[in-house]
Design a protein around this ligand. Structure first.
Ligand SMILES: NC(=O)c1ccc[n+]([C@@H]2O[C@H](COP(=O)([O-])OP(=O)(O)OC[C@H]3O[C@@H](n4cnc5c(N)ncnc54)[C@H](OP(=O)(O)O)[C@@H]3O)[C@@H](O)[C@H]2O)c1
Length: 192
């Protein structure tokens, strides 16, 4: 209700339910832990009332997503990048179910302790060969990796914004793509 008021909308097209069950960030403790089915019941009621258009999930586990599927999930927003690929199975499930995959920290995350795409040797080598930046390689790889990827890379830098948009036009040869595909996941389960 507060979001509708502050945004001046009758309906919010999509709302992500942040589960905080996985990935970098805080974890709910004690009475902060709420059953997923109870939360989905509220989200579904809001959708039935027309106050939200669609339901998304954020920082959700594979089991959580499977449980939520009957509610109708439009997108999943988990931490995922070239260097943080622990959720590969979930991405595949989303693809099979027609659910958009919206990676947060698509460049690995600005927080200390999180692996960064711009430090990844394979991204740096590909960037040099293509005369682009390692960040652009990381974003282009995400777009190549699956058709249901929807990118929202955050930036406060206009030059980065231009570069991030231009990343959509980058293509890789098979060898480069295979090298990038083989980059190991360094995500771990960091709780910030
Ligand atoms: N659901 C969740 O739990 C959750 C968690 C985190 C974020 N999000 C959302 O996900 C979206 C994207 O988040 P994000 O991780 O991209 O944002 P972010 O946390 O702001 O991090 C982006 C970082 O990448 C850097 N960056 C961006 N473009 C770059 C480039 N071309 N070259 C080098 N560095 C570059 C940015 O620095 P510069 O500013 O210097 O470019 C910034 O440090 C946002 O809408 C955010 O609200 C959701």
């Amino acid at each position: 209700e507060a979001n509708l008021k502050s945004l001046g909308l009758d309906r919010i097209p999509l709302v992500n339910l942040r589960r905080a069950d996985t990935g970098p960030g805080l974890r709910p403790e004690g009475d902060q832990v709420v059953d997923l089915d109870d939360q989905l019941a509220v989200m579904t009621a809001l959708r039935d009332e027309g106050k939200i258009g669609a339901i998304g999930l954020s920082s959700v586990t594979l089991d959580g997503l499977r449980r939520a599927l009957p509610a109708g999930i439009a997108c999943v927003q988990n931490a995922y990048s070239l260097v943080a690929r622990d959720d590969e199975d979930m991405l595949r499930l989303c693809r099979a179910e027609g659910i958009a995959w919206v990676p947060f920290f698509p460049l690995g995350g600005a927080f200390a302790g999180l692996a960064k795409v711009v430090d990844e040797p394979a991204a740096i080598a590909a960037a040099q060969a293509l005369n682009v930046t390692p960040a652009q390689v990381g974003l282009a790889w995400l777009l190549h990796h699956a058709p249901n990827v929807l990118l929202i890379p955050g930036t406060a830098d206009a030059e980065h914004l231009r570069g991030n948009i231009d990343a959509a036009a980058i293509s890789f040869d098979d060898t480069t793509l295979a090298t990038l595909d083989a980059v190991p996941s360094r995500a771990g389960d960091i709780v910030l």
